[in-house]
Design a protein around this ligand. Structure first.
Ligand code: CA
Ligand code: CA
Ligand code: CA
Length: 282
C-alpha cells in the first residue's frame, strides 16, 4: 500500500511553471535614436505597425526624450516629421487619421499593461485624446470594442498605463490585436490636434502545466520504492552504521542491469505494439 501511495504522490504533483509578464518598450528600438522607422517593427515578440485608419501602411517614427516616449506615425513625409514636432510625427490626426496596431505573439498570450506617452494639453480642447480598439482579427475592429482616453482622464500625467482603465471600460486583454488611433470626435471646427505615442507595455503567456513524461514518473517511482526498502530493511540489518558505499552502489547497479535485461524483451513488444497501432489507425 505504501509503495502505491508513493507512486501516486509522484504522479499527483506534476511540475508547474509560472508566467511572469514579458515587457516590451519601443524606445529600445534603433538604440533609442529618434527618427523614422520602417512600417513594422517587433520588440519582445510584439509586432507594431503604422497605418492610416484605412490600413494603408505608413512609416513609424520614434520619439525618446522628456515626456515624449514611443512610436508615432509619419504619414506626413520625413522632412515634415523632422521639423514638425509632436503635432506631426506622433500618432496624429491633424493631416491624416493615423493608427498603430500591436499584435500579440502566438501561444495564447494576453496583455497586462499598455503605456501611452505625450498625451498632453497641447491639442484640441487642451485635451489630447485617443482611442484603443481591440479585435481577434487583423482588421475586425468595431465601435463596440472601443475605449476612449485623454489627457484629462489621467491629468496631470501625460505618460500613463491605460490598461486598468481600459479593462474597466470593457477591454478584453486576450485580444490578439489592439489598434491605437487619434480621437477625431475631439476635433474643433474641422481642426484636429490629438497626437500621442505608443510607448511600452507587457504581456504574459499562459502558465504551462509541465506534466512529466511517463518514463520520468516511472523512474521517480522506482527511486521512491528503493528509498522505502532501504529505510525499512537496512536499519534492522545494520543498526550501528549506515552502509552506503561502492559495494551497495555496485550491488544496486547489478540488480538494475539484471532488471533491464529481463525487461528489455517486454519493452520491445510495447514499442512494436505502439507502432502497429498507429499504422493501423486512420
Ligand atoms: Ca503623424
Ligand atoms: Ca502630444
Ligand atoms: Ca498636440
Amino acid at each position: 500500500m505504501r509503495r502505491f501511495l508513493i507512486s501516486l504522490a509522484v504522479m499527483a504533483f506534476p511540475l508547474t511553471g509560472s508566467a511572469a509578464p514579458i515587457p516590451f518598450d519601443f524606445t529600445t528600438l534603433n538604440g533609442g535614436a529618434e527618427g523614422i522607422l520602417p512600417n513594422s517593427v517587433i520588440v519582445a515578440g510584439v509586432l507594431a505597425e503604422g497605418f492610416l485608419t484605412n490600413f494603408t501602411p505608413e512609416p513609424l517614427w520614434l520619439r525618446n526624450g522628456g515626456t515624449d516616449h514611443g512610436l508615432g506615425v509619419c504619414s506626413e513625409g520625413n522632412s515634415n516629421c523632422s521639423s514638425g514636432g509632436g503635432d506631426v510625427n506622433e500618432l496624429s490626426n491633424s493631416a491624416q487619421p493615423e493608427a498603430i496596431r500591436l499584435t500579440l505573439p502566438a501561444g495564447g498570450a494576453q496583455w497586462t499593461s499598455l503605456w501611452v506617452s505625450s498625451l498632453d494639453n497641447g491639442g484640441s480642447n487642451n485635451n489630447e485624446s485617443g482611442i484603443l480598439e481591440w479585435s481577434n482579427t487583423p482588421t475586425g475592429f468595431t465601435p463596440a470594442n472601443t475605449f476612449h482616453f485623454s489627457f484629462n482622464t489621467f491629468n496631470p500625467s501625460i505618460e500613463e498605463d491605460i490598461f486598468a482603465a481600459a479593462l474597466a471600460g470593457g477591454f478584453n486583454p486576450t485580444s490578439k490585436y489592439v489598434l491605437f488611433i487619434a480621437d477625431s470626435t475631439n476635433c474643433q471646427s474641422g481642426s484636429c490636434n490629438n497626437d500621442y505615442l505608443v510607448w511600452k507595455g507587457a504581456y504574459e503567456q499562459p502558465s504551462r502545466l509541465l506534466v512529466p513524461e511517463p518514463g520520468t514518473v516511472a523512474l521517480l517511482g522506482l527511486i521512491g520504492v528503493w528509498d522505502l526498502d532501504y529505510i525499512l530493511i537496512v536499519p534492522s540489518l545494520s543498526p550501528d552504521k549506515i552502509p552506503f558505499g561502492w559495494v551497495e552502489l555496485c550491488v544496486t547497479a547489478g540488480f538494475l542491469g539484471a532488471f533491464l535485461i529481463c525487461a528489455a524483451p517486454g519493452l520491445r513488444r510495447v514499442a512494436l505494439a505502439t507502432v502497429s497501432d498507429s499504422e493501423g489507425g486512420e
